[in-house]
Design a protein around this ligand. Sequence first.
Ligand SMILES: [Zn+2]
Ligand SMILES: [Zn+2]
Length: 698
Amino acid sequence: MLGIGLLAIFGPTLLSLAAVLFVFPTVPGSLMDNETIALAISVLVLAGVVWLAVSVLVRGSLHRQKVSGSRPVPPESFTDVPNPQWSWRSNKAVFPKRMVTVVAVAVVATALDLVLVFLIASSSFPASLGMLGAGIVLATLFGSIAALVAALPWSVPSEVAVADDGIHFWYDSPYDRRTAREVLSWTDLNVLRSSTPGGADPITRLVRFLRIDSENAQIIASEWPLHRAVRPSSPRTQTPPRKGEGSGTPSPERTFPHVTTPIATETSRSQRGVACVRCRVRYPGLEGFRLLWCKVDHFYVCRNCWREGCQEGHGRGIKATSKPSRILGAVVLGVAFLAIWYPAVSYDYNLTNAWRNTNPTPIADLTPGEIAKVDGTILSSSLVAWGGHEVYYSKTGWSWTWNTTDNFELGDATGTLLVATGAWYLIYNGPHMAWWAPHTTMWVYERGDRVQIVGSVSRLGNGTLHLDAQIASQAAAVPLITLEPSVMSAALLLLIPSLIGAISVAGAVVLLARRVRSRRALHGQPMLALDASAESRDPNRSWIPNGRGTTPRKRGVGAMGVVLGGVALLAVYPGLGPRADSGYWGLGFIGTIVVLSAGLFSYMLLFGGVGRPSYVAIDDVGFRMWFESPYDRHLSDTVFPWAEIQDIHMTSGKGAHWVLRWTTGEVVNLYMLRRSNLNLLLQEWARRGSRNTDPQRT
Ligand SMILES: [Zn+2]
Ligand SMILES: [Zn+2]
C-alpha cells in the first residue's frame, strides 16, 4: 500500500522531470548530461513499477494457492439485507466537500501541466523555459498527491442503527460490507475515549470520519451518555486492553522486580518542556527527546514507566512506541542534506540567469555585492591576460584547465576594474590560440580583447573595484551562446526551500502536538524535578568499574564536537567560497558524506544506545548498570533481566559488534561495556540460560 502510494506520487513527478530534462539540451560544461539524468530517473521509476507489479502478482498467486479448492464468490451474489432486529435510519451523507477539493486540485494541476507544455512547445518564452519546466514538475507533484487521496476508498454508511450493544452501520456496496466495520460497540467507544488523554469525545470524530448526517449524529449523541463509562480519576490507571490484543497482553499480575520506582518528589522549578506523564518527572532540553511516545496512551513516558505502567507497550512491545529522537534526527538530517546542496543550485542558477537575462552594466554603475554582467576591453600589461595549462588525467588523457591566478584590468567607456579568475565557472574560448599547449587546441584571452563577463562585484581594501569572473566569453561570440539556467537548477531552486519548509513544519507540528497532548494528560498536576543526590549505588552489591561513565553533558559536548568537526572539515575543503570550475557542487557531494556521518555519529552519541555506565554488577535479577546521571538511570535500561534476554550475539558484516535482543524485540548495542564486563555478561547469561532450559542440572 505504501509502495503504491509513493509510486503514485513520485512516479509521475519524476517522469515529468525526466521528460522535461529530455526536452532541454545539456548546458555545455554542466556536470552531467541532462539525458543521462533523465534516463536514470526513468529507469528508476520503471524499476519501481516492475517491482510493485511482481510483488502484487506473487501475492495474488500465493493467495490463490491458499484458497484453492474453494472458488471465489462474487460479493454481489450475497443476498445481504440490513438486520431487521434494529431500527435503521438512512444516512444522508453531506456531499463530500473534501473529495471536491481534492479532485479540483488534481484537475487544476493537470490543466496547468497542459498549459505549460503548450507554452514550451510554442516556445514563445524562451528566456523562462527553466521556470516553466520547474512549474510542470511541481504541478505534477501536487496533482498526483491529490489524485492519490481522491482514489483512496472512503466507505460511508448508507444506513445507521443505534442499539443497546452499539452503533450498527449498513453499506450499500457489498465490498464495503465485507471490509468496513459493521458495528462499533459502546465498549470500544469507551476504550477509545479513555485512551485519548484530554478526553476528546470519540463521537465527534466518528461522526466526522464516517460523514454521518446531523439527524443521526444527534441520536447517537443523545444515546452515548447512557453507555459512557465513568472516567477514571487518574490518568495513570491502566488502559483496558484493546479488542483482539488479549492474547498478547501481559497479565496484570506480572511484576517487574528490576524497575526502580522514580524517587522524584520535589516540584520542578521550571514547568516548561516535557515530562513523563506517568511519573511526572520533567526531562529538560535534549533529555526530553529520549522519552518514548506511547502509541496506545498517546503521551510521553520514561523507560521505567513504559515497562511498568505501559506493561512494555501494552502487549505490542517496542512497536507500540515512537521515539521523538528519531523524528528530530530525521528532520535535522533531511534539512541539513537539502541545505548543503542549496549553495550549488542557487550559484548555478544566479550566474546562468544573469548571463541570459541581464544587460551589461557600465563599470561606473557597479555596486559591490551584486552579480553583474560587464562588457569591456582587457587593459592588461602582459600579453596573455587569461591563459591556462594542460593537465593529464589517467582516464581521459590531456585536458585544458583555465588559470586561477591570472589578474587583469578591464575597462569600458565609464571606468576600469580589476578582474580575478580564482572562481571561474564557465569560460568560453578566447580569440587567440594557446601555442604552448601541444595536446589540446585551446584559445585564450590577450590584451586588447573585448570580452563579456558575468561575475561577483566587490571592493578591495584599497578602494579598487574588483570582479570575480565566473562566466566569460569574447564579446563577438556572445550572440552564438545559448547558455541559460538549467531545468534542474530552476526546479531545485524552488523545490529545496519548499521541502526544507515542509519537513521542518511537519516535524515541528508532530513534536509540538505530542508535547501538548502529554501536557494535557498531566491534568494540571505539576512536573517533578529529579533529585540527583537522593539516589546512590546500592552498597550491598559488588560493583565492578566500567571506566568513566558518560553524562548527558559529556554526550552533548561530544555531539557538538562532532558537528563542529564536520563544519571545520568542510571549511578547509572545499572551503567557504565557490571553487573554480565546480562552483559549490563539490560542497554538495562532500557535504553529503559529512552530514550523513556527523549526523549519525552525533545521533548515536545523544540518543543511541544507553550511554556508558561507570559501574556494573550481577545479581539474580539480571545484569545491572550504574549511570552517573539520574536522567540516564530513568531513560535507559539500567538492568538486563536474565528472563527478558532473547539472545546476545555478534552482528555480521562490516563493523561487527555485540548486541543484545530483548524478548520485546528491541535490540541494544553493547558498545558501552568494557571487554571484560561484556565477557562477564556473556558467561553469566550462558550459565543461567542453560540452567533455565535444563532443570536437571544444578
Ligand atoms: Zn516515568
Ligand atoms: Zn502506554
